[in-house]
Design a protein around this ligand. Structure first.
Ligand code: AHR
Length: 326
């Protein structure tokens, strides 16, 4: 059956899919491999690269599975195209890491009509009918934001006014929405906290460097940088240096960053970043466990969160940094 769909698909797609980015983590087999179509957000950050690696490494070498990954290059439209291709191919299962939360009702209904189960991974989708997917596995992004805010509360005396520069990730992505929500609610509660500006960095180092460089030409009065991922933080650090602004422990700007990649933890250990809030991308094995439970007909929870915490210069050791897998 899958072969028939594949032939149909080839005919349908010849000549019209320039830039098609499907990657097979496993060799297609003639037998009964369980085929998973995986629509990944992109490769915008070190976090994302580690997440892709975790997914492909989990299924690689397992003859029972075939994982086909499509990189959406941060465009939701590309995800729709990939998912419709998976449906045409007659895959057994679909995994979606959604770029943004809104806009999924129609395509998820199409998957359901095709009788294919779906896992939403990393970020979430905002749909009326939650039966359109089996489960949502990923981070509790609001909890992450609250960890950052609690740390800032412990650092800033209530009589000290602070200006917070807020670097935001892809607008509409759960990671952006919830981390922003945590900060904005905290600012509403603290009369001495002010968000001086919200800049759009799209979770990439290049974009963050560009917007920060521009911003710092006119604005240098910054006490805290709340940056919604590590790669944007790296871009911001470069811009601070070029503008002659000091940061980190003992510097003008305290830096809060999300992901806690090895590189960011190293900066934190070296006193250049004040707080790293963890966002763990290594949940490929847990996704596989959920799929296996589904295949055995076992119940699976509607939402699965990965465990995460936060690190400061004082709380981490070099051994911890060196042992970081991503
Ligand atoms: O959705 C997870 C976020 O997306 C990570 O914080 C970020 O680095 C990635 O691009």
């Amino acid at each position: 059956m899958r072969r028939f769909f594949s032939i149909l698909l080839c005919i349908a797609m010849i000549g019209c899919m320039a830039g098609c980015s499907g990657i097979r983590a496993t060799e297609p087999s003639d037998n009964e491999a369980f085929v998973i179509g995986f629509s990944q957000v992109g490769s915008e950050s070190d976090w994302r690269v580690a997440n892709t690696r975790s997914m492909t490494a989990t299924f690689e070498g397992d003859p029972e599975y075939e994982l086909i990954m499509e990189n959406a290059r941060q465009q939701q439209e590309n995800q729709f195209t990939a998912v419709r291709k998976f449906i045409l191919e007659g895959v057994d299962f679909i995994i979606i890491a959604p770029t943004v939360e809104e806009g999924w009702d129609t395509v998820l209904a199409e998957i359901k009509d095709a009788g294919i189960p779906v896992i939403i991974m990393d970020r979430s989708v905002a749909v009326e009918n939650e039966d359109l997917y089996l489960t949502n596995i990923g981070s509790d992004f609001l909890h992450q934001g609250n960890l950052a805010v609690e740390w800032l509360e412990s650092e800033i005396p209530s009589d000290k006014n602070i200006k917070i520069l807020h670097l935001q990730g892809t607008i509409g992505a759960t990671a952006q929405i919830q981390r922003t929500r945590a900060l904005e609610s905290a600012v509403a509660k603290h009369a001495n906290w002010e968000i001086s500006s919200q800049l759009y960095g799209d979770f990439t180092e290049a974009k963050a460097y560009e917007v920060m460089t521009e911003y710092l030409k006119e604005n240098k009065d910054i006490d805290v940088l709340y940056s919604e991922n590590d790669n944007m933080t790296f871009g911001a650090m470069r811009a601070f240096e070029e503008a002659g602004i000091t940061y980190g422990n003992g510097g003008q700007v305290k830096i809060i960053t999300f992901d806690a990649t090895r590189e960011a933890l190293q900066y934190c250990h070296d006193g250049k970043i004040n707080l790293c809030v963890e966002c763990n991308p290594l949940f490929g094995p847990r996704v596989k466990e959920l799929i296996e439970k589904y295949r055995k007909g076992e119940p699976i929870p509607k939402h699965v969160y990965v465990d995460e915490s936060a690190y400061t210069t004082q709380s981490i050791t070099q051994d911890f940094v060196d042992s970081r897998e991503y």
